[in-house]
Each structure stands twice: as structure tokens, then as C-alpha cells.
Design a protein around this ligand. Structure first.
Ligand SMILES: Nc1nc2c(c(=O)[nH]1)N[C@H]1C(S)=C(S)[C@@H](COP(=O)(O)O)O[C@H]1N2
Ligand SMILES: [Mo]
Length: 455
């Protein structure tokens, strides 16, 4: 990932996001009337007002289906007259065969280096705030492993009263917590630094996912081993895979909301995501959420491990490297409509996206359809949780003219997501990590949506 060569897009590889679920007929059934009201309670009303206005003025596909008769609703369908599949025909449930396109994908622009690679979450095809376990993005520095939980151990040593080695059984009988958090790779959206317009939101922003994690608070384990909180200012986390991933976690974070987790979305972690044990460091760049966690060491200095010196440093305009950029700052992106999709007709659309902040909750999300000249406040879906994704929606009527869609999130600390121009003023253009700039999607007159950079 760090090798700039790996960040070059292969030319001519523009690819359409297949999960374009905007139906031509339904979209055309809605008109402009009432669509400016973005207040939650008025959504239904304005939606139906638009429907009614549409019925009065245009001949609509939805009306035609009702009046002329649509065999798909009038005739009995084969699946209504046969026996369905028995229960437990699939002991572990899988998505419908019609959803086969919803997949994690490797970016056409990134070269796979041995097993070290990344598969991106298909944000354009997801709803709400939770990422299904099978679609959580994957980032491995040396491939993934499937570790026998009976053979797995967690050791805690360093500045502690007594070293301890835990089995999974030891850990899982301790008092657990379950919390919803995002994990975002520090390199998410990294290719946009260099003005490289990656085609789809899967590849611009798909190194973020949000799941419910279950495990023990790290603070509890630190108390159990009698960590020396006077001298012990840092915790080193070490992974059990071949990459020897090691990261320094500041003690304030370690004693705050860090989880030593074994479960994700209600079941044991998936192997790709660290089974049977991983660290979840909420709000912090993904690399600190060490997978296949095997050791924690309490120390009095940052460790300066290889993954903190040659990787995950930010090259600043003055040529210096900034180290330990920890927090994932406030950020948002529109996931539909987004790059590679196409608006099939003019008329009503629900603009939908996600917002998050490594510093807490999202306070507000604004949306612009004219490249940042005018902004409207979006509706935020509940629950709005700290260091988790927040889903936002806003009504929009596309008039067929070119448009530039943007979202801008503000978190509870008052931090406002910056335009790329402001970020470049501070960070220059040679960074890879920590790009939280406002994303712009251009809608062309033919409805095609593409990735553009707007100051
Ligand atoms: N042991 C280990 N932990 C690891 C990694 C790894 O390669 N090995 N990758 C890190 C990086 S860079 C990220 S972004 C997250 C990704 O977590 P995920 O694969 O569950 O999405 O895991 C982190 N933890
Ligand atoms: Mo990462």
C-alpha cells in the first residue's frame, strides 16, 4: 500500500458499480413538488404529495401498471403454487442468488503484493449503519489465517505485577461488553491525494466497515495483570499472523474504550477479521485494531515498531514525516448515487450516505447538489453512536442538468469535514493516509455519475 506505484490506477479500467438498484419506472413516478422539505416528520407527506402531483400531471408507469394490468401482479407466479424450500435447507443462511454482485472486491488500481492486499466493502450496495460480516473490508499485511481457538493464547507482560497467559476459554468467561464501532484503514481514500479519481465509492471509501463487536474491555485485563499505570504509558499489541503486526496504543486509549474482541455481529469473528481474537481500538486508524491478537505488553515508551516507522507515517509538505496520526477525523460520503452508477430518468431520488468521526458522535450532515455553493441539512437515522457509522438521507429531484453531489459532516466536537483544497494546504499532496476530505460525485446530463475533485 505504501509503495506509490501501487497507488496508480490502471488506465481504461473504469468499471460500473453493479448494484444500481434505482428503478427507472419508480423514479419517474415522483416529481418535484414538496421535495425541499427535509424535516423527518415531513418525509412521508412530501413523498405522497409528490406522488399525487405526479399522478395529476404525467402518465406514470406505476399508474399504467395498475390500470392496464401488469402480469407480474395479476398472474399467479410459479413460486406461489409450489412447495418452498424446507427449513434449514441451508443451515447457515446466505444472500439471495440475485444479490451475487454484492461482493468485496480488490481495487483495479492496486497491485496485490503477495498475500498483502485489501478487499473493499461495497458501500454502494449497503443500507443502514451495520456492515454484514461477510462484507467487512479485509486488509492483511501477510494474508489471513484461520487459527484453532483451542491453540490460541493471549499473553500480557511488561510493566505488570504478574505476567499472564489466557486461553480463549479464560477470556470468554470474563464480563463482556458489546458495542458498535467502525474500523477504517488509515489509507482509506488515500488515492485521492494524488488527484487519482478512483471510479466507485467501493474503491474510494470501501476501507471502512461498522459492526457490533463483543469482547472484554482492555482496561479490565490491565487491572487483572496489575499494570503499572504510573510508569506504563503505552501498550504494545502484537498479532499472531506472519506479518508480525505490532502497534503502540497510548494508555489513555487502552483504559478508555478498547475491546479485546472475539465476536462480530453476534457470532465469532470471521477468520479474515482476526478469528479468534482481535483488538478493536474505536476511532483509531484500522491498523491499531490488531487481528489474531496474541500478546499485549505494557511499556513506558512508544515502541517505534516497523508498522509505525516505515508504514503509517504522513509525509508532510516540509518533507518531514508525521508519526502516530491516530484518530480518524470526521468524514462522510454519499454512497448512492455514487461513481459508476447511472440515474436512469429525471425526477426523485433519495440521496443516501454514511458519516463518522473517530472523536465521537456525528452532530450534523449537510448535502450539496451544486458543488458546495448551497447546502441542506440531511436526515440522520438512529441510533447515532459514538465512533460508529451514521446513515443520512436527503430528498433530491434531479432536473436532468449536470450536478455535483457532496456531503459534509460535523461531529460533536464541532469539527467540520474539510474540502480537499483545505486539507492539501496543511498536508500537501504526498500523503497516503488520513484523507477525510469532502467527496464529490458529478452527475452528467446522461445520468452517469463519476468521481471528480472540486476544491
Ligand atoms: N495481525 C494483523 N492485524 C492487523 C492487520 C494485519 O495485517 N495483521 N492489518 C491491520 C490493518 S492495516 C487494518 S486497516 C485492519 C483491517 O481490519 P479488517 O481486515 O478486519 O478489516 O486490521 C489491522 N490489523
Ligand atoms: Mo490499514
Amino acid at each position: 500500500m505504501l509503495n506509490p506505484k501501487n497507488l496508480e490506477l490502471q488506465p481504461g479500467k473504469l468499471q460500473k458499480a453493479p448494484e444500481n438498484f434505482l428503478s427507472r419506472d419508480f423514479a419517474s413516478a415522483l416529481t418535484e413538488q414538496g421535495m425541499d422539505d427535509t424535516r423527518r416528520g415531513f418525509l412521508r407527506n412530501s413523498f405522497f404529495a409528490a406522488m399525487a402531483a405526479g399522478v395529476a400531471t404525467t402518465s406514470l408507469a406505476t399508474d399504467a401498471r395498475a390500470s392496464e394490468g401488469d402480469p407480474a401482479i395479476l398472474q399467479k407466479q410459479p413460486w406461489q403454487t409450489t412447495l418452498g424450500q424446507p427449513v434449514a435447507a441451508k443451515p447457515y443462511g446466505m444472500p439471495s442468488k440475485y444479490e451475487a454482485n454484492l461482493q468485496r472486491r480488490e481495487s483495479p488500481g492496486l497491485t496485490r503484493v503477495s498475500a498483502a492486499s485489501v478487499a473493499f466493502t461495497p458501500l454502494q450496495g449497503l443500507f443502514g449503519m451495520i456492515t454484514p460480516s461477510g462484507l467487512h473490508f479485509e486488509r492483511h499485511h501477510q494474508g489471513w489465517v484461520d487459527i484453532d481457538p483451542a491453540q490460541h493464547r493471549l499473553m500480557i507482560n511488561g510493566l505488570v505485577k504478574k505476567d499472564m497467559v489466557f486461553t480463549m476459554e479464560d477470556l470468554m468467561r470474563l464480563p463482556s461488553v458489546s458495542r458498535i464501532h467502525f474500523i477504517e484503514c488509515g489509507a482509506n481514500t488515500g488515492m485521492e491525494w494524488g488527484n487519482v479519481a478512483v471510479p466507485t465509492v467501493q474503491y474510494t471509501h470501501g476501507m471502512i466497515s461498522c459492526c457490533e463487536f463483543t469482547g472484554i474491555p482492555l482496561s479490565l485485563l490491565l487491572d487483572m495483570v496489575g499494570a503499572d499505570f504510573t510508569k506504563g504509558k503505552y501498550v504494545l499489541a502484537e498479532g499472531g499472523d506472519g506479518s508480525g503486526m505490532t502497534r503502540t496504543i497510548p494508555m489513555e486509549l487502552a483504559r478508555d474504550d478498547v475491546i479485546v474482541a472475539w465476536a462480530m455481529n453476534g457470532e465469532m469473528l470471521r477468520p479474515e477479521n482476526g478469528y479468534p481474537l482481535r483488538l478493536v481500538v474505536p476511532g483509531v486508524q484500522g491498523v491499531s485494531s490488531v487481528k489474531w491478537l496474541r500478546r499485549l505488553e505494557v511499556g513506558d515508551m512508544p515502541y517505534g515498531a516497523k508498522d509505525e516507522t516505515i508504514h503509517y507515517v504522513d509525509l508532510m509538505p516540509d518533507g518531514m514525516h508525521r508519526q502516530y496520526t491516530t484518530i480518524q477525523e470526521c468524514k462522510s460520503v454519499i454512497t448512492t448515487p455514487s461513481g459508476g452508477q447511472q440515474l436512469l430518468t429525471t425526477g426523485f431520488y433519495n440521496i443516501s450516505g454514511i458519516a463518522w468521526s473517530g472523536r465521537g458522535k456525528i452532530k450534523r450532515v449537510d448535502v450539496s447538489v451544486d458543488g458546495g455553493r448551497n447546502w441542506r441539512e440531511a436526515r440522520m437515522e438512529s441510533p447515532i453512536l459514538s465512533k460508529a457509522l451514521t446513515r443520512f438521507n436527503i430528498n433530491w429531484v434531479w432536473d436532468g442538468k449536470p450536478a455535483i453531489l457532496q456531503s459534509r459532516a460535523i461531529d460533536e466536537t464541532g469539527y467540520v469535514q474539510p474540502p480537499i483544497r483545505m486539507l492539501r494546504e496543511v498536508r500537501g499532496t504526498r500523503s497516503i493516509y488520513h484523507n477525510n476530505a469532502i467527496q464529490s460525485w458529478k452527475v452528467d446530463t446522461n445520468g452517469e455519475v463519476s468521481n471528480v475533485q472540486v476544491g
